[in-house]
Ligand binder design. Sequence first.
Ligand code: NOJ
Length: 610
Amino acid sequence: MVDEMTYRVGMTLENTAESTADKTADNTPEIIVEDTELATESLVAAQTATAGSEWWRTAVIYQIYPRSFADDDGNGIGDLAGITKRLPSLAELGIDAIWLSPFFRSPQRDAGYDVSDYCDVDPLFGNLADFDLLLETAHGLGLKVIADMVPNHTSADHEWFQAALAAPEGSPERDRYMFREGKGPNGDLPPNNWESVFGGSMWERTTNADGTPGQWFLHIFDKSQPDLNWENPWVREQFYDILRFWLDRGVDGFRVDVAHGMIKADGLPDYTPPADGASMGGAQVSAEVTPLEPIIQDSPPDPPYWGQEGVHEIWRGWHNVLAEYPGDRVLCAEAWVDPLEKVALWVRPDEMSQAFNFAYMFTDWKAPALKRVITESIKAFAEVGAPATWVLSNHDVVRHASRLSLPKDAPPQGAGIGPKTPGKPDPVLGLRRARAATSLMLALPGSAYLYQGEELGLPEDMELPDSARQDPTWFRTNGEKYGRDGCRVPIPWESDRPAFGFNDTGESWLPQPDEWVQYARDSQVGVPGSTLELYRAALQLRRDHGLGSGALTWVKGYDKKVVAFRNGDVTVLANLGKIAVELPVGEVLLASDDVTSGALPRDTTVWLRS
Ligand code: NOJ
């Protein structure tokens, strides 16, 4: 353990439990770096070591959901040409890379996560030339481009699946997917009891050419998304070629969909998930944890379709394909497993580069829980030499400007919220917390993900009419779960244009709420205190102070509702309590809300030069 370090920024500690103990002889209070596991030499060193030379170790990666970003042809669905035209505004924001959700050829039954041709652009979004222009423009602006690869399943429209349906049982074509005989005397019961993430059975029965019922096929998600058989070497080879197709065009890496789901346990044994389990697997982080309790509540054994040991061999193969290319290419795992030590298995040196930190995303707005998950994250990823990652919103979860003020009994992640959800989020408190949460996140070492629209402070759209909904979750649960449409509404650019500048025609595949006029980007540019300017300032300071490649040490001496840490020459204080705490003297670099009174109000984060 290193010696406990102390340093002074002239703070007062009247609101803290430790105020007496921490006063020094001359009565000037101190900030004391906690002697936690993070302050051990090995972990400080490990954090620093993870800030290696690859760009993605410290990158802020902005997720573009192509359907909803910018629509050049005006048909109401965003497209690649629209994205290209708006790239300069992302460069100005100060991000390092964009991740594009799928734009491949697809019947769009799961908004593009149902791919029917991995080596072409869907005409909805443009064509390969549009993609090449996007890539060239992004690179010209200094932005890396990450594509979204969806290998666990194809679309049912994919020629491989159509060939499998046409081929006889036991054929090589069928072996590319997960076909099985049904149970029961006539085979009319599904092969096991697995339930789809989107609701209903994970199995769908086929019909033979002569009209008789045939085999069943597995689909973890919608029945339009049959699972591939990744035990089959032919499948592996196809994807090596697909990766090379996009790497040859110049992409900087891949976000990998359902990277924990591709291998299923031998014999496909029955499995019943816990009632409150996260649908895609994932961490159950409780707001109520105390520092003495484990951050991740005891999780049940892995479902037989998530996190099987065999997936790691696949990622080693992908790692090797990326290594054939010059420069630093990234593989980012969407792996909903817990605890974090397990997530870290996906980012061992010979596998992927980063994994989303869903445990962090779903940690409630409570200081002890946040401190705990941050510590656990840094430790878990540093142990395998990978950067910690941080994320608060994406296209699958309720936007954090709403989620952070939802009542306790709100539905779990992925279930969505809508008109009948008990208790509405408080928009003012939600935005205030979202700004504080993002300000905290962007000061953490490692890599961070932003989801389009969060820089505008967009809330979840809870008032979508049922007739507009498109998420398969809504249909497969017969409207019991709203699903994810509320976080996917096209974003507002200019307050006085049709569809708020999403396009010129006013068309929008999901209707935009009228009140979103207040979030339009043009009404925030250059406006002090706007959410857009807060993001821009945070990203600039993060870069200037090298926070992405820094090392975090906790600072003690504050109320337990304050998250206080130091990263490089920046001290970060986030007050998650209801009562204002006194601000130490020091230069304020960034504040998520007004701190001119000398106090740090509730739900506010401040960065101080220390
Ligand atoms: C995870 C993606 O993020 C989600 O949007 C999609 O529905 C599922 N994987 C299935 O591909």
